[in-house]
Design a protein around this ligand. Sequence first.
Ligand code: EPU
Length: 302
Amino acid sequence: MHIEDPKVVAALSKFNVELRRASSFAELTSLAIGGTTDLLRIKNHESIPGLLSLLASHGVPHRFLGGGSNLLVGDGELPWVVLQLASPNPDVVLEGNFAQVDAAADLGRTVTYCAKHDLGGMEGLIGVPGTVGGALRMNAGAYGMQIGSYVREVKLYRAATRQIEILRGEQISFEYRHTSFAPDDMMLAVKLELPSKPYREILQGIRICNEKRRSSQPLGQKSAGCIFKNPPGASAGRMIDELGLKGLSVGDARVSDRHANFFVNAGKAGAKDMLTLIADVRERVRSEFHVELEHEVVIWNA
Ligand code: EPU
């Protein structure tokens, strides 16, 4: 979508928002798939309510983008603009066992920064790409831990009240790759409470998780991590593997040879290729195992 109205364009600078015309999701996502739209980079949280009411009053639909690492976006010119937070400096502030982290902060960098200050707990998240805001929204987890366990407060723009609010950890439910945030809520910052641990010990945990990830996941390739959630008591990756579907391709969209729940863009895959592959694998799992796999990857295809 191209913002045409000069009044809207002029108002954006009043809100300290940077407009990047025709930004491509092939560059904004780790899958390197998706069409183009205007990207609005937000430099201060306080401008968000005003910005969103400006867009609503001019009939400009929008989506919120985190780090783009768990996202599959449709091809062509997209019918909405995309909003993304620009990362402030500093993006992590520590006080005792609390880490105040901006949603735009890089997740891996945050884990490492806290570790260097003897704050642990998040070792499993090392190697999970994306922002802290994205991890929060999805309740990212790996190797027996999930970020939700450490959340004490969340600052967010709440679509329901159209205001910036602070929620306490106990007001939010964190489940397996699911949270109680509304789809239109925008994560702004989080306060984590992390256990004290010597850096050397945390580093050892980080190395173990890194090694496990390197040996089982296609890290150097373009992917969005796991495509499907694990059904209760089962593993989507193992089921797809047992069906012999590693290497199955539609165009350049391909089931990884290393981990069957990772679908990679092996060249110039389009969204259509990837969506066809996802539907095909889902159908085969349904007919062979009688299990309906649920998407873990977020799909913006309209
Ligand atoms: N397996 C196979 N073949 C495969 C892949 C896996 O047989 O191609 C088997 C493994 O040998 C293992 C079992 O399936 O016995 C589980 O595999 P793995 O340990 O790789 O974990 P996963 O359940 O496939 C989950 C998360 C990952 C996370 C890892 C590590 C989901 C959907 N996936 O994968 O998260 O990194 O555990 O904790 O919950 C993601 O969120 O995008 C993601 C990749």
